[in-house]
Design a protein around this ligand. Structure first.
Ligand code: SF4
Length: 259
């Protein structure tokens, strides 16, 4: 029987990987039907503000401060003219409140100056705004405009995607690139939501609940059985070598792999 051409083999392998990844995300969707953006907002401006505030802060804490913030500054023009001390007082519980105040007011001023007070709906324009990086831009594009230009990668997505074997990288930009290559575009906005949700509810950083995990049989993490069966001594040591947003790359022994 003739061997398949190299191109054919590569296409089959790519298709198998795509199906695996889609199967995994669909299993997570089934397990977490409520997964969505947890930041409360009524429009694109509020989502930009909430996403800037969510850096190094829980969504729950952000949702506690934004109602008063949005009442006081309901649009970009109002926030652009705000007194920094007043904004700092309102957002203080979210941490890094001075830097976040500078970002919020700077972002609002740029929206007024360059976009007529409206939030632009392109990656190129969004990442020019103070305080807005690619992660924030992806959240805003996906949830405020229904546009998929990329995948938002936060600390949960970084960790869970690596454990599951959907990606194998420590750099969020590279994880985003690998997820985009592995999944069809219509899943890009959802994949971030469901990986964040799964990371919070099940696949926690230090104590993943592998024993009750709905995607245990699809997961590529070498330590999942140790966590499932309670023999976590070696696993805990391996976890220290897991990818972290600003940490060291994983060693070969702890790097997630596809089965
Ligand atoms: S089996 Fe464990 S490591 Fe894998 S996704 Fe589930 S909780 Fe996370």
């Amino acid at each position: 029987m003739p061997k398949p051409a190299a191109g054919q083999a590569r296409r089959r392998s790519t298709r198998a990987t795509l199906i695996d990844a889609v199967r995994l995300i669909e299993a997570l969707r089934h397990a977490h039907p409520e997964a969505t953006c947890a930041l409360q907002h009524d429009n694109a401006f509020e989502l930009v503000v909430a996403t800037i505030l969510s850096a190094q802060c829980t969504d729950r804490r952000v949702n506690e401060v934004t109602p008063a913030l949005f009442r006081r500054y309901p649009n970009a023009a109002a926030l652009a003219a705000a007194q920094p001390a007043e904004v700092e007082g309102l957002i203080r519980p979210t941490g890094f409140f001075r830097a976040k105040t500078r970002s919020l007011i700077g972002c609002a001023q740029a929206l007024v100056r360059d976009h007529g007070g409206e939030v632009p709906n392109s990656m190129a324009a969004l990442v020019q705004l103070p305080g807005v990086g690619r992660k924030t831009a992806n959240v805003v594009l996906g949830h405020a405009f229904g546009i998929s230009e990329g995948i938002a990668v936060d600390t949960h997505v970084l960790r869970v995607a690596n454990r599951l074997g959907l990606a194998q990288a420590v750099d969020p930009a590279e994880v985003e690139r690998q997820l985009m290559a592995a999944l069809p575009k219509d899943l890009w906005a959802f994949v971030s939501d469901v990986l964040i949700f799964h990371g919070r509810k099940v696949c926690a950083a230090r104590r993943p609940a592998c024993d009750g995990c709905p995607v245990f049989s699809l997961c590529a993490w070498p330590d999942r059985e140790a966590f499932a069966f309670g023999t976590t001594g070696k696993a805990t040591r391996a976890m220290r070598r897991e990818p972290q947003p600003s940490g060291e790359p994983p060693s070969a022994s702890s790097a997630p792999r596809r089965r």
